[in-house]
Design a protein around this ligand. Structure first.
Ligand code: ZN
Length: 348
């Protein structure tokens, strides 16, 4: 069923230098008292730039909180310690801080501005927060941000592997939309045509210029943001997450040291597209153009962990039909992992 109260960001700025204008944007939104949440390990000069911009525009920072973990308990603690007069929450940094800030904003019903400093997944503008609950990563219903501010220059200076992860999470929309339509054909799962169309279109946008430069960052940020909005439109994660995400979720549970979400998802996308029998050339073209496989070869995945994840993936979500539901695909996926020329050196 379509979400009848779709919330989309009021403020969207994706450009070089946007970080130094956060105060201007907040002032235009008529905010005066902010709380700033950021990752503990975030480069202090980036935090200083935001602080300076807020100060220049007379936005008081009531408190500055270092986000230490992405646990549900920590997010609740932060929510409980928010100063009563806060009128906007600004979350800055990587996934952890953004998920916690988004969830705290959801609990308080305060407007939230997301300021990702790298583009490694589509979580910065989605209606869910990914938090650790009782030792396991879970998705919690959350609020869409009021604002999304992406400084493309800051993202370009982030480690290249984070960009590759963002490419991996983006390309996954091809297989997730296919799985969604398959679920409709086999199980009658409702497909929201517009959300599916939007999600699919973002990958084509990105393919127009999959470069590690300012324009490439702008396209990737836009693609990831629109994927979040597609989820908000249909009220489900279906347009952004299919069988490739099930494999990644299984890896998160199985691996001793799970890797970046988008890296796991990108490889799984390439593999499951071969089961789906379509899209593989498009997916491979984007992953090769960005040097995705080469990036992975520098720190290969563990074959045994992936084999276990193939087995566990179909049971990760109940009532979620994908290409993996039809029959046991483990053997076929293992064969692809071992023999596909593009995957040579990606696994050890
Ligand atoms: Zn994802």
């Amino acid at each position: 069923m379509r979400n009848t109260s779709v919330v989309i960001p009021t403020l969207v700025r994706i450009k070089a230098g946007a970080l130094d204008r956060i105060g201007v944007y907040a002032r235009r939104g008529q905010f005066a008292r902010a709380v700033l949440l950021h990752n503990k390990e975030l480069d202090q000069t980036l935090v200083d730039r935001v602080n300076q911009s807020l100060a220049e525009n007379d936005i008081g920072v009531l408190s500055r909180v270092e986000v230490l973990s992405s646990s549900f308990e920590h997010a609740q603690e932060i929510f409980q310690s928010l100063p009563p007069k806060t009128d906007v929450i600004i979350g800055m940094g990587g996934g952890k801080a953004l998920d916690v800030a988004k969830y705290a904003a959801f609990l308080t019903r305060l407007p939230y501005i997301a300021v990702p400093t790298a583009l490694s997944n589509d979580g910065f503008c989605s209606p869910q927060s990914s938090l650790d609950f009782k030792g396991k990563r879970r998705s919690f219903a959350s609020a869409m941000p009021y604002g999304v501010v992406v400084d493309t220059e800051v993202c370009l200076n982030a480690p290249r592997i984070l960009w590759l992860a963002g490419i991996g999470d983006s390309v996954a929309k091809i297989t997730s939309v296919y799985d969604w339509k398959l679920a409709f054909r086999i199980k009658g799962t409702q497909v929201d045509d517009f959300a599916a169309l939007l999600s699919d279109a973002t990958v084509f946008q990105l393919m127009a210029k999959p470069d590690h430069d300012l324009e490439g960052m702008r396209l990737l940020a836009t693609a990831l943001m629109l994927n979040g909005i597609a989820m908000e439109i249909c009220g489900s994660s279906r347009p952004a997450s299919g069988s490739e995400h099930l494999i990644s979720h299984a890896l998160d549970l199985i691996c001793e040291k799970p890797r970046l979400h988008g890296l796991q998802v990108g490889v799984a996308t390439y593999m499951v597209s071969q089961l789906q029998g379509r899209g593989t050339d498009r997916i491979a073209a984007l992953l090769e153009a960005t040097g995705f496989f080469d990036g992975l070869r520098q720190d290969p995945f563990i074959r045994k962990e992936w084999e276990a994840a193939f087995k566990a993936a179909p049971a990760i979500k109940s009532d979620f039909y994908t290409i993996l539901s039809e029959n046991d695909k483990t053997e076929e996926l293992v064969r692809i992992m071992m023999t596909d020329p593009r995957l040579q050196g990606v696994f050890i």
